[in-house]
Design a protein around this ligand. Structure first.
Ligand code: COA
Length: 198
């Protein structure tokens, strides 16, 4: 598995991976190119057997926010939200082809970003996670709410599969974020996750 900065020749394949992972919410070729034009180092690809199997985009910021993904990322375009002097890295998007062997795309992406950002002097890496288990959980826990849902259980494990993925890669919960991203299974909500240690 190779992880490297995205080049213009990768864009068509990256758009394919985005479509598979995100369906109608996938980033277009123009958006993928735009993110790289604003902050080249922030866009990376994961390659397996010569094929793009993963893509991630990130930006730098100078604060951590509770606002929606659209507000925090300039609707995913990053032109108005990337701060070249910022000391906090923020995950804009990540996508993978299903069934990638070994440790999976997320592990390789987060490992590469950790070396680049925390190893390069950033104070923290943040990501706004969706909470795709929330709608199912709230159906059976009608007295509960988003804050209850995102807090780790007594055994330390998160209820949500996407939060568990970030926790398995060194992230901790900062706060829940109502109306973060229009994902049906999350009822539009999310949670801010942070990693500060190599
Ligand atoms: C998130 C993603 C990049 C991870 O890819 P990967 O590292 O190759 O690994 P997998 O897809 O096998 O997922 C790893 C684990 O995370 C869980 N997970 C991650 N995102 C999830 C989601 N949105 N819903 C449910 N489970 C999710 C999986 O169930 C899996 O759990 P398991 O190991 O217990 O089976 C990929 O699943 C993807 O492209 N998802 C759609 C887009 C997305 O949610 N991006 C992340 C937010 S920006």
């Amino acid at each position: 598995m190779i992880v490297r900065t995205m080049c213009p020749k990768d864009i068509a394949e990256v758009a394919e991976v985005e479509k598979i992972a995100w369906g109608p919410l996938a980033a277009s070729k123009e958006t993928i190119a735009q993110r790289s034009a604003v902050f080249e180092k922030g866009s990376i690809v994961v390659i397996e057997k010569g094929q793009v199997v993963g893509y991630a985009a990130s930006q730098l910021t100078d604060h951590i926010s509770t606002k929606s993904w659209d507000a925090q990322t300039d609707c995913g375009q990053i032109a108005q939200s990337h701060r070249p002097e910022g000391a906090i890295a923020y995950g804009v998007s990540m996508s993978a082809r299903p069934g990638v062997s070994g440790k999976g795309v997320a592990h390789h992406v987060i490992d590469a970003y950790t070396k680049m950002y925390l190893g390069g002097g950033c104070r923290a890496m943040c990501v706004g996670s969706r909470v795709p288990g929330f709608v199912k959980w709230i159906r059976h826990n009608q007295d509960g709410n988003l804050t209850d849902y995102v807090v780790p259980q007594t055994d330390g494990r998160f209820r949500d599969p996407e939060l568990r993925l970030y926790a398995a890669n060194g992230f901790n919960l900062l706060w829940d974020m109502p109306d973060y991203f229009p994902d049906e299974k999350s009822a539009g909500h999310g949670a801010m996750m942070i990693r500060t240690q190599m």
